[in-house]
Design a protein around this ligand. Structure first.
Ligand SMILES: NC(=O)c1ccc[n+]([C@@H]2O[C@H](COP(=O)([O-])OP(=O)(O)OC[C@H]3O[C@@H](n4cnc5c(N)ncnc54)[C@H](OP(=O)(O)O)[C@@H]3O)[C@@H](O)[C@H]2O)c1
Length: 247
């Protein structure tokens, strides 16, 4: 029998790629729990926009993913509001340089915490609910993990760990739950990172086979494929990077 109701939790879903994922899954008929930390205004606006299209189909929940209590809290909130969980999208992230002479525990805790520890512990807390719905997890990694960006040591370690976590979870949570990753290339430039000036952007684009950036829609379509149209796919990473790794 075809399932009528499906619920996705999207971490960091208020803005940028996370908001596009929320809109796209909602458009596919999935109800969405949009997690945010600081972007409460954006989250509320997005929830209003989506509920206007389909009543009671979106909600938001605030949590700092560096807080140990947040993981069980987020899953409980999804179940309280929607009654079930079908899809967990680990999208929230922090991203900044940590050259070797400046690495410290605080940036380690932050970058590993958001990019790796949170996906692991959210998956742990979500597993029981996802087993009931035969659900899926998507981890958003980074296409550059095989050629890590200089000075971004901790971020690169965290995303490489997330890629391995994807494979480990696929084994641990099978056969009920599928776990896959989407690895973006240059999709949306960071908003406040001066390193990403025009020269740098042009250099990155010239390194792609397709000679352009991608768009959040490209990420959304990959996620839609893995969640809704790929029942025999698990433990895989789909790179959406314009062929950058071949240049
Ligand atoms: N942008 C790209 O081209 C690109 C390239 C490669 C990989 N990626 C990956 O794709 C995903 C989305 O990229 P993006 O650029 O849209 O991400 P982003 O804007 O850098 O971050 C997404 C969200 O993460 C949330 N976040 C950060 N720290 C948090 C914390 N301590 N607790 C809870 N939430 C926290 C923030 O939520 P609030 O705003 O609510 O605080 C933020 O809006 C990320 O996993 C990123 O690593 C993106």
């Amino acid at each position: 029998m075809k399932k009528t109701k499906r619920i996705a939790l999207i971490t960091g879903g208020a803005k940028r790629i996370g908001a596009s994922i929320a809109r796209h899954l909602h458009h596919c008929g999935v109800d969405v729990m949009i997690h945010h930390n600081q972007s409460s205004i954006d989250a509320k606006k997005l929830v209003a926009e989506l509920n206007n299209l389909r009543a009671d189909s979106a909600a938001t929940v605030q949590a700092d993913l560096l807080d140990q209590e947040s993981f069980s809290y987020l899953i409980k909130e999804v179940i309280n509001i929607f009654g079930q969980l079908d899809f967990l999208i680990n999208n929230a992230s922090t991203y900044y340089a940590t050259p070797i002479d400046s690495v410290n525990e605080s940036s380690w805790d932050d970058l590993i915490g958001t990019n790796l520890k949170a996906p692991l512990l959210l998956s742990h807390h979500a597993a029981k609910s996802l087993k009931k719905t035969k659900g899926s997890i998507i981890n958003i990694t980074d296409a550059q993990i095989h050629n890590p960006k200089k000075n971004y040591i901790i971020y690169s370690i965290a995303k490489a760990g997330l890629a391995t976590l994807t494979e480990s979870l696929a084994k641990e949570l099978s056969p009920e739950i599928r776990v896959n990753a989407v690895a973006p290339g240059a999709i949306l430039w960071p908003e406040s990172n001066l390193e990403f000036d025009d020269d740098y952007r042009n250099k990155v684009i010239s390194q792609t086979l397709l000679k352009r950036t991608g768009s959040p829609k490209d990420i959304c379509k990959a996620i839609e494929f893995l969640l809704l149209h790929a029942p025999y796919v698990t433990g895989q990473t789909l790179s959406i990077d314009g062929g950058r790794k071949f240049s």
